[in-house]
Design a protein around this ligand. Sequence first.
Ligand SMILES: *Cc1c(COP(=O)(O)O)cnc(C)c1O
Length: 343
Amino acid sequence: MITPRPWLSRIQPYRPGTHAPSPDGSLASNETPLGASPHVARALAEAAAGAHHYPDPLAGELRAELARLHGADPDQILVGNGSDELIYLLAWAYLAHGGHAVCADPAYRMDEISSQVVNARLTKVPLRDWTHDLDAMAGVEADIAYVVNPHNPTGTVLPRTGVERFAAASRARLVVVDEAYIDFTDDPDATTAMPLARDGRAAVLRTFSKVHGLAGLRVGYLVAAPEIIATLRSIRAPFSVSGLAQAAALAALRDHGHRRAVREHAREQRDALTGLLTRAGYEVIPSQANFVLVRTPDERRMVERLAAHGVAVRPGTGLGVPGSVRMSVPSARGMELLEKALA
Ligand SMILES: *Cc1c(COP(=O)(O)O)cnc(C)c1O
């Protein structure tokens, strides 16, 4: 009987967030309650007519639009089947067979799992005041240093100056900054590490799953030095991003109004959610993402009580922060469910 490579047995599989009976109560996966831009449905219907064609392997049109948006060269951009695919590609290219990665503890789970898949060494540096301990991380001689900004599962944000100093000081050969939640920060333009990605000092990961509301279609992208993009291109599955996903991402990208609406909604509801939880006596970690991390002495009881009121949240234990619960910003109806559950 064949057996898997021995290091694979250590992997704790990724556990997705659960769903509540209603979408309004589903607060476990950081999806926007506003959904995708209305233009997406039209783009999908049009693209469906071409379902018998293989997709453009390099998502040329989308890549060109992203290049314009970020002031980068198209050769600095790789579109993937969600950021998850790109995280795996980075691990295969730069961590397999004896590589070393450094990340925060708790980390974004995919950064951990991808390292374990290729049997890389992984150094986890505990957070300090709920944010990355960049000084301690900089001293680790690694192939890749992962920075998640804002961080998941805490929602805390690092200033660009901090990330810039880290990129200069880090002993890692590549700094990867995952900006899945950057749109929800107070000042995305001043916070993003995109200027570093443009001139090759870091690699930046973005996703269409959060502010664009396309989590179900799987599109993310990496902005990095052309050599890195060329390497990842040479090892990827050529048709990993479907034509429907590419069309939807283009439509979403062009709807600036919807993006703004999702951002504003998340920020308002985040403040309301933080207020509600604080008044109920909980400690809430200050977040600039579309979720908050709530501290609770009895995580399981809180998860069960919310579930009994039709609200699904993410238990902190599965995210590496026992004694906590992570909640995505809800719709107005979701907020009412929460209010009743906490009363
Ligand atoms: C949600 C999230 C992503 C998005 O992953 P996709 O594969 O693009 O859906 C990436 N990084 C972090 C830290 C996230 O929380």
